[in-house]
Ligand binder design. Structure first.
Ligand code: SF4
Length: 267
């Protein structure tokens, strides 16, 4: 290995080190932040149009309280919301609180949810999370992500859905549609759901954060579809900077009032 002991080499080394550390410092100042090709005004306009199109988006899952919402979301992984609703109708009639569900037990819960994919694991999780809620949280669903994520079967996405739907928290549960849109539109590019979530949370104007994830999911499901985006039906076609875009003319905004969204179903 070459010896680095020449006195004349030191100043240039220091310069190089200093410029490297400046670059590193600049990177540290914005960890993980990626440049996106939109102005603040364009982003605001995108979400303003979404808000005009869907003023009050709602969850498609049936629930009556925070606990039944939590259970419904846990059951909805790898399942359709319609299928979950069918199963939970009878289940929630018997047990709509953590105490009642814990008393029902895993075997009895299984009987109600056998039509849902992964029912064995889900029955186990629902029984265990109900017991944990009774034991550790006084029978209440906590309104805190960290606490929710300590419950069996509850990951970040489930916690975000519950926080958003039940506690009106401005969270963003990244599903397949939101993940695709963040990357395709270059609004919040990222390799993981967490990166896309962080990217969107950074740019979405606060006044639109409450419903943003519903709007993005619906836009992804019905217009900016996975296989072929229907740009000619898109209300943000003039603003969108997706390389795959096929049309520059936005379609007029027609408010859609009565539309539920399956926020929790990864499709
Ligand atoms: S213009 Fe096309 S690619 Fe862009 S958001 Fe609309 S549907 Fe998606």
């Amino acid at each position: 290995m070459e010896k680095l002991n020449s006195k004349r080499a030191l100043p240039s080394m220091r310069q190089a080190q200093s410029s490297e550390s400046k670059k590193a410092g600049a990177k540290r100042a914005n960890p993980g932040r990626k440049r996106i090709p939109y102005t603040k005004e364009e982003i605001h306009e995108i979400f303003r149009r979404f808000s005009l199109q869907r003023p009050e988006p709602k969850s498609e899952l049936d629930y009556t309280n925070a606990f039944t919402m939590l259970v419904a979301v846990v059951l909805s992984a790898q399942a359709t919301d319609a299928g979950v609703n069918k199963a939970t109708k009878a289940l929630f009639a018997r047990a709509d609180t953590p105490a009642k569900m814990a008393a029902l037990g895993e075997a009895e819960i299984s009987r109600y949810i056998r039509t849902i994919g992964l029912w064995r694991a889900k029955a186990k999780n629902v029984a265990a999370l109900s017991e944990a809620l009774v034991r550790d949280f006084g029978g209440e669903v906590p309104d805190d992500r960290e606490a929710l994520m300590t419950l069996p079967g509850v990951g970040r996405k489930t916690a975000n859905v519950v926080l958003n739907n039940v506690f009106d928290e401005p969270t963003l549960a990244v599903d397949t549609h939101i993940f695709r849109l963040g990357n395709r539109l270059l609004l919040a590019p990222g390799k993981t759901p967490e990166e896309v979530e962080a990217g969107f949370l950074r740019i979405i104007p606060p006044e639109y954060l409450r419903h943003a994830h519903h709007w993005l999911i619906l836009h992804g499901r019905y217009v900016c579809k996975a296989r072929r985006p229907e740009c000619e039906r898109c209300i943000i076609a003039d603003l969108c900077k997706a390389p795959v875009k096929t049309c520059d003319v936005p379609t007029p905004i027609v408010p859609i009032e009565e539309e539920a969204v399956a926020v929790a179903t990864p499709r």
